[in-house]
Ligand binder design. Sequence first.
Ligand code: DON
Length: 305
Amino acid sequence: MTVTAENWLEGLVDEIRPALYGGAVSGYLPEFEAARVDDLAIAIDYGADGILTAGQCHSLFTAQSVVKVFTLLLALHHRGEDYVFERVGCDQGIGSYNSLETFIRGSGVPVNPFVNAGALVVVDMLPGSDPDSRVRNVVDFIRALSGNTSIGVNTGVARSEHTLADRNRALGYFLRSHRLISTDVEELLWAYCQMCAIEVDVVDLARAARVLAQARDVVVEGQVLRAAHLRLVRRLMLFAGMYEASGQYACDVGIPAKCGVSGATIGVVYQRMGIGVYGPALDRSGNSVGGLRVLRQLSGTLDFD
Ligand code: DON
């Protein structure tokens, strides 16, 4: 058989699948229980050279923490770098993504925009006169980046998350007591839960990630996304996108990436490709086993630095 790009990627799915059984689907939201440990879908957007897909590439899942990449980019676009990084750090995380320890380190702000405390601060600075319009702006932004106007919020997942959001609620009140957010905590929390519940497929993620791979300013529906902001987001993804596994990941794989608890994963290869993976089996650090494997394999085959 001739090895085409498509069957190379399908082959990669088959090769990785056995490793998925070493992970576990997150059980913290009942909605995740429908996911199978051996689900795996991949999309790679090569820009002008097209998109390659493998696995169930039209299955929908919620972005969860992957949305933090896009909320950060939107906040940078709207407020500028100084404003954002006066309120949130750009340090590697410590502890788990939603722990109180991720909070204050010397500077008195959350360690980075990808731990929950930092992500909540970012939600507080997004454009929009109220939390609902901020959610709409994030949905519109992801629609514009991916070119898919049907993207929306899975409200069932958002509600479910909201009823289980005690840790994030505690973070919200703690942030407010430090005057790091100005929005009402309950409203902010509901906005955050909806943003995490934005539903996408791997092609949406790959397309949006391809925008992040650009070397120059990008015009997305009339808005100029600055190259400096894209670069900043890529750098943060590289050193903080995989929670406590980030340092090891950066050395071993080196592709800026971000995972979410649903198994959503994006990767960005500068000037070359945007990668979207769905692999709900998670490892002990809460990262997608399939997502990490795909990125590791790609990193092995690509010549990049
Ligand atoms: O804040 C939460 O708990 C979730 N909605 C998002 C968490 C998440 O995806 C963490 N990543 N692995």
